[in-house]
Design a binder for this molecule. Structure first.
Ligand code: GLN
Length: 491
């Protein structure tokens, strides 16, 4: 048996079922690794809670009532509310907040007594404040470092999740992806992550950033592990999330070994233009050659409005955020300013003290594009182009089955490289935003290494509900390559 922290979710689940190891032993092993909080990946750890969950798992393993992933540790992005751990969404404004309930995805992955997969929560993972960011530099609780090079960002906004999985502090984690926040940190940290079709997994209890885009999903080291978690996470939640779709979860592992013979992989020319760094291009090209060897055919396609996805997203997401974040007013949750003269003053001071710079920037941008006189010029136009971007994908899927390209134009950048220039971070989202705006499933798969030995991810985008096809394509690549098995030095 590998040492515990090197085992995948699939391996751990099997070892636990076979009673080669107990859930308490597994939890104790991981808790020892994350003591001292390497990479500042965690925002809340509570070993008592974790060990109690592990004991309950052991009881179910003994009784033969174990869930699918009974006893396997998981970390949750701090955007998911949890009853047993603090929840901050990376923001000072939620300091001291504890949710009275678990988010649906936390519940579905958690205690099998309540219908979950039986995973044991080891803590809450650092992220950009309210999931706004591409580098985890916007967390109110400090930056997360990239395990491959601690001078570099882990990506964002699910930076804590990606760093924790890459450093083997957890075998798997949840993330949320509004404009790329599962795929881009997965790419920067050399792990695998999938954002399912919008609406395929419930948003209930996921602190809202931009509701028409927000989607939770798994981050792990292998496509197989992502398939296992995704199976538990998907499914309708009609009473609690009105945008959740009536599409049942699937056993995504069942289709993992299908042949790629004849698979048509669309290569959008707009994803390989000037801004793409040579090292990323080389790694992505290498992965595409592997697919050809596996029998796939590369088909040139066009997604002509790729560039427009940046202004469109950075209008729509802030517009929705400005509305969603109005609930943080010092009355209902978390922080309240100490000295104020009246109610309005209390709102103002609470929000001025509680929100960070990037969150304030987006609230102001959002309020502006929704305001009378600018609504038609910005918000309405953006909505129209969003529809066209979705149509472009449907057009492209006439000629191909999946779409492949880079996740980001470069490898993880160094801390401070984009400091003071938020637009530089926005521009780096160019390849992840289109699928988000269209609501399509997308994933990042380790495809090689670039500058400074940093990981490079290949992005795979599928048509609606084609998660199984994406996971199979990723799995086949992982059988042919060993990028996902490489570890950062010292891990
Ligand atoms: N980087 C994008 C943003 O800052 C995407 C974030 C996300 O997907 N949560 O909004």
């Amino acid at each position: 048996m590998n040492s515990l922290h090197d085992m995948t979710v699939a391996e751990l689940a099997q070892a636990l079922k076979a009673k080669q190891v107990s859930a308490v032993e597994v939890a104790t092993g991981f808790l020892a690794r994350l003591g001292g909080n390497p990479h500042n990946a965690f925002l809340d750890i509570d070993s008592e809670v974790t060990l109690a969950q592990a004991q309950a798992s052991d009881a179910r393993l003994a009784a033969g009532t174990a869930g699918l992933l009974e006893g396997v540790p998981v970390g949750h992005k701090d955007v998911f509310v949890t009853r047993d751990f603090a929840t901050t969404a990376g923001s000072k404004i939620l300091t001291g907040y504890r949710s009275p309930f678990d988010a649906t995805l936390v519940q579905k992955l958690g205690a099998s007594a309540s219908g979950g997969a039986g995973m044991v929560t080891v803590g809450k993972l650092n992220c950009d404040e309210f999931a706004m960011g591409s580098a985890n530099e916007n967390s109110a609780f400090g930056q997360v470092t990239n395990p491959w090079d601690t001078a570099r960002v882990p990506g964002g906004s699910s930076g804590g999740s990606a760093a924790a999985v890459a450093a083997r502090l957890v075998p798997a984690a949840t993330g949320t992806d509004t404009g790329g926040s599962i795929r881009q940190p997965a790419s920067f940290c050399g792990i695998t992550g999938i954002k399912p079709t919008y609406g395929r997994a419930s948003r209930y209890g996921m602190i809202a950033y931009a509701s028409s885009l927000d989607q939770g999903g798994p981050m792990a080291r292998t496509a197989e592990d992502c398939a296992l978690l995704l199976r538990a996470m998907c499914g309708p939640d009609p009473d609690r999330d009105s945008t959740s779709l009536d599409v049942p979860a699937e056993d995504f592992t069942a289709s993992l070994n299908q042949s790629l013979e004849g698979l048509r992989i669309g290569i959008p020319k707009e994803f390989f233009g000037e801004g793409l760094h040579a090292d990323v291009r080389a790694a992505v090209d290498g992965a595409l050659r592997e697919y050809e060897k596996l029998g796939a055919k590369l088909v040139p396609i066009s997604l002509p409005r790729t560039e427009l996805s940046i202004p469109v997203y950075y209008i729509i997401a802030p517009a929705e955020a400005s509305s969603n974040l109005s609930r943080f007013d010092g009355v209902k949750f978390g922080h309240r300013a100490k000295d104020y003269t009246d109610l309005v003053d209390m709102y103002k001071k609470t929000r001025a003290e509680g929100f960070g710079t990037e969150v304030k920037r987006r609230i102001m941008t959002g309020a502006y594009v929704l305001s009378h006189g600018y609504y038609d010029a910005y918000y309405l136009q953006a909505q129209k182009i969003r529809r066209m971007i979705a149509d472009d994908f449907q057009n492209a899927f006439k000629a191909c089955d999946v779409i492949a390209g880079p996740v980001a134009p470069s490898v993880a950048w160094k801390f401070g490289e984009n400091a003071g220039d938020p637009v530089a971070d926005y521009l780096a989202d160019i390849f992840t935003l289109p699928a988000s705006l269209a609501g399509l499933p997308g994933m990042s798969v380790p495809a090689g290494f670039g500058t400074g030995g940093m990981p490079v991810g290949l992005q795979l985008i599928g048509n609606y509900f084609k998660e199984a096809q994406l996971l199979n394509a990723a799995h086949r690549l992982q059988q042919a390559t060993d990028f996902h098995l490489q570890k950062p030095a010292g891990v």
